[in-house]
Write a protein that binds this ligand. Structure first.
Ligand code: A3P
Length: 318
């Protein structure tokens, strides 16, 4: 793998003190994502009923994982004993490109948990995209969560900065934004990521559910119901009357999860990766925090990019 890495185009991220990203299948990826992507492409075989939770980093992954886990396990665990109270959402639902062995183990045990991924649509293993006869697309379901692009940029800046232990005064937000707008990040271009899934959804819309972070905040109940229906675990009338949806929303809320011991001081340790402190997945969860960071020039630049890339799609990233 080390030898293969050297063969890909490389970029040195100046604001990240020389961290390197590699271009693979037209996507800039950091070493962890690159190695994980190649391994998943070589080894992973999707089952027809697999459900994937797909997102760009900082698009709402942690929240989506928590909600999907709580929905699926609601008959196994009472809210007061749910594993989400003592485990990070990232330990409850593994990433395909970071925890392949865990994903395969879950598949072997016919466990009904979804599989999370930050992989771009065109990089997904063939079996997720096409059916075994390679003629039609596969029947795997895909939930895609996305978020206001400016808030993703700010969230990404802080996450990566803290992960690399770089204090704010030594990490230029302007340089981070510039790289992000060139499609250079640990996971490539945000717009290409969204558009890859969106374009794929046009021919088989029934396979895809698009959730928007801000919409989920404004109306969690209907969005959690949509999610539960889509993943084949709709709420019964009795459950609705017993306020199960509200209980799940409360369990998975930022306020609740970010205050749990496991998410304040625990660590997430995917295979062969450096452990990540769970608290890094929880920052402010505020819509519009970007206003505290963007200059007028930055707003103009990102809005122009959004108009160019998303015009005519109906996707609202501002
Ligand atoms: P901020 O940095 O704006 O606070 P991801 O989960 O894709 O890594 O995204 C992280 C972002 O989602 C962070 O945003 C984080 O605070 C927010 N987040 C984490 N858990 C959340 C939850 N349960 N509900 C809403 N937002 C959440």
């Amino acid at each position: 793998m080390e030898e293969i890495l050297k063969t890909f185009p490389q970029h040195v991220c100046s604001w990240l003190k020389g961290a390197i990203v590699y271009k693979y299948q037209d996507v800039w990826l950091n070493e962890v994502f690159l190695k994980g992507t190649i391994l998943a492409q070589q080894r992973f075989k999707a089952h027809p009923n697999d459900v994937f939770l797909c997102s760009f980093p900082k698009g709402g992954t942690t929240w989506l994982k928590a909600l999907a886990f709580a929905i699926i396990t609601r008959e196994t665990f009472d809210i007061s004993t749910n594993p989400l109270l003592t485990n990070s959402p990232h330990d409850c639902i593994p990433f395909l490109e970071k925890e392949l062995a865990k994903v395969e183990e879950n598949q072997k045990n016919s466990c009904s948990l979804p599989i999370a991924t930050h992989m771009h649509y065109h990089c997904l293993p063939d079996s997720v995209i096409t059916s075994p006869d390679s003629v039609v697309t596969s029947n795997c379901k895909i939930v895609y969560i996305y978020r206001n692009m400016k808030d993703v940029i700010v969230s990404y800046y802080h996450f990566v900065r803290k992960l690399n232990k770089i204090p704010m005064e030594n990490a230029s937000f302007e340089e981070a934004l510039d790289e992000f707008c060139q499609g250079i990040s640990s996971c490539g271009s945000y717009w290409d990521h969204i558009l890859g899934y969106w374009k794929a959804s046009l021919s088989r819309p029934e396979r895809f559910l698009f959730l928007k972070y801000e919409d989920m905040k404004n109306d969690p109940t209907s969005n959690v119901k949509r999610l539960a229906e889509f993943i084949g675990r709709p709420f019964t009338i009795e459950e609705e009357k017993a306020n199960v949806i509200e209980k799940i929303i409360r369990l998975c809320s930022f306020e609740n999860l970010s205050n749990l011991d496991v998410n304040k001081s625990g660590k997430h340790h995917p295979e062969e990766c450096i452990a990540i402190e769970n608290r890094l997945f929880f920052r402010k969860a505020k819509d519009g925090d970007w206003k505290n960071y963007f200059t007028l020039e930055m707003i103009e630049k990102v809005d122009k990019l959004i108009d160019e890339k998303f015009g005519g799609t109906g996707l609202v990233l501002k």
